[in-house]
Design a binder for this molecule. Structure first.
Ligand code: NDP
Length: 247
């Protein structure tokens, strides 16, 4: 009996903190071989050392997901090191919430570049490999905010709605060569995500409120493991989870 995780090669973006880090550590502990990408290379290195010290297999590649060539290099390093790529977890994301009339246009662009284009670049990097292998799994990260829209979240919600649409379109196309597509939409999870909110008042408010209800980042790791561990002919298309008390 296989658990469908042991030995799989999993590329993870945004692996330097939060849900990416938790998922990398968890999958490695379950026997997956993991390739970690994010900009903070020092953090990635620490995580890789921890995984190796525990007997797992991991590599790290400094990656800015807004650069296609960085994402391609991350995926290529995974394939060169481990011989194949089974899963990409397109997890890197930013949520600098603000009202539109604050005109934080740089932050709008960042969200579009990281959340949306970063995910597209992950897909672009693995698709030729998955086509050749005739197997693979793309796991994208949307949000509860990919299911509803809130004031101060117009751009963030737009990127996360787009990721659900992208995932479904991708699924319909790549099932032809046996590739699974999963989109996971978390509610409040205890991570560094709110650290980047620059809007006066809003950041402090959320940094105080979110930890009061949030679930741990390992919750995402469990969801990812569930999706990956299904038999190859079962594609978990969508997972939506949130803290029980979250509206
Ligand atoms: P964190 O801030 O802890 O993690 C975000 C990760 O994204 C970091 O590893 C960061 O690494 C990486 N990242 C940001 N910009 C880039 C970039 N340009 N290139 C590569 N990596 C980048 O937050 P979370 O763990 O919460 O976020 C993970 C995902 O979950 C995001 O997509 C987020 O939108 C989503 N999400 C989170 C929720 C929550 O409540 N926490 C709820 C719903 C969805 P580095 O800075 O080192 O590059």
């Amino acid at each position: 009996m296989t658990d469908n995780i042991t030995g799989k090669v999993v590329v993870i973006t945004g692996a330097s903190s939060g849900m990416g880090e938790a998922t990398a550590r968890d999958l490695a502990a379950r026997g997956a071989r993991v390739a970690l990408g994010a900009r903070r290379a020092d953090r990635l290195e620490t995580i890789v050392q921890d995984i190796r010290a525990a007997g797992g297999e991991a590599i790290a590649v400094a990656t800015d997901v807004t650069k296609l060539e960085d994402v391609q290099a991350l995926v290529a390093a995974a394939r060169d090191t481990f011989g194949r790529v089974d899963v990409i977890f397109n997890n890197a994301g930013l949520m600098p919430l603000s009202p539109l009339d604050s005109l934080r246009i740089d932050e709008w662009n960042q969200m579009i570049d990281v959340n949306m284009k970063g995910t597209l670049y992950g897909i672009a990097a693995v698709l030729p490999i998955f086509q050749e292998q005739k197997s693979g799994h793309v796991i994208n990260v949307s949000s509860v905010y990919g299911h509803k829209t809130v004031a101060t979240g117009a751009v963030y919600c737009a990127t996360k709605h787009a990721l659900r649409s992208l995932s479904e379109g991708l699924r319909q196309e790549v099932k032809a060569y046996n590739v699974r597509v999963t989109v996971i939409s978390p509610g409040a999870v205890d991570t560094e995500l709110t650290q980047h909110i620059t809007e006066p008042g809003l950041g402090d408010q959320l940094r105080e409120f979110v930890p009061q209800i949030a679930v741990p980042a390992t919750t995402m790791a469990d969801m990812v493991a569930f999706a990956i561990s299904q038999p190859a002919n079962v594609d978990v298309n969508e997972i939506l989870f949130r803290p029980t008390v979250q509206p």
